[in-house]
Design a protein around this ligand. Structure first.
Ligand SMILES: [Zn+2]
Length: 235
């Protein structure tokens, strides 16, 4: 059992070490097909076993998941996958970060949850300020999903497949309005705030992609905690 877990961890680390961002194509593709079923399998598994992981979060705003006050949610059982490179040894399912509600519970590892928390505090809240009554939530477009980068068949496993990535498509405001990446990045009263928070994500995350980076991220920010040899990859 321990040996198996160790091997899984080793594989995760080994794969992560030679991986790039969501936008980098090519490399030594392993012919990974586009997979739609694994995540659902994982979700069912999690659905059955959720009760095991409860007890990690308290009242709203006082959760302490991953040892960090302000991250709320639950630890959940390891996610395994038949696809090499996918899966997550110590996943958490995050529901709130620094008081901001996530539009859907997001599965990731603690390092990514910590980065998200840091970005909300240092990037999102200062950029939003009092606009719309302040930031209230994050619209999560994607989190853990076993799939190749950019959904391209043959590409290597995305950081999403390792639980090290999150896609954000909007910041929800207290007054019910939102700062929407697709609609507000260009020529909107919110474009400055969106650009400011996106810049602030660089370094907190290892990879930051958004509108203008590669044509594939016009409607969301992609953030992941991959480590790149040349430092953070921010576009
Ligand atoms: Zn992404």
């Amino acid at each position: 059992m321990r040996a198996a877990l160790g091997l899984t961890l080793f594989c995760l680390v080994a794969v992560a070490a030679c991986s790039g961002g969501d936008s980098r194509k090519g490399g030594q593709g392993r012919g990974l097909p586009i997979i739609d079923g694994v995540q659902h399998q994982g979700s069912r598994l999690i659905g059955r076993m959720t009760s095991l992981g409860r007890g990690m979060s308290g009242a709203r705003g006082t959760g302490r998941l991953c040892g960090i006050r302000g991250i709320e949610g639950q630890r959940i059982p390891p996610i395994t996958s038949e696809v090499e490179g996918c899966g997550l040894a110590q996943p958490v399912r995050v529901t709130h970060v620094d008081g901001l509600r996530l539009s859907q519970p997001a599965i990731m590892d603690c390092e990514t949850a910590a980065a998200l928390h840091r970005w909300v505090r240092k990037g999102v809240r200062p950029a939003v300020g009092r606009a719309g009554g302040g930031a209230a939530g994050l619209r999560v477009a994607a989190h853990y999903a076993c799939r190749p980068r950019n959904h391209q068949s043959g590409a290597r496993v995305s950081e999403h497949g390792r639980g090290r990535a999150i896609d954000i498509s909007a910041i929800e405001l207290a007054n019910g309005q939102e700062m929407n990446v697709l609609q507000d990045w260009h020529n909107s009263t919110h474009s400055r705030a969106l650009r400011q928070m996106h810049r602030a994500a660089c370094g907190t995350f290892g990879t930051t992609l958004g509108p203008g980076s590669d044509g594939l991220h016009e409607d969301h920010f992609h953030y992941d905690t991959a480590r790149h040899r040349g430092g953070p990859y921010c576009r």
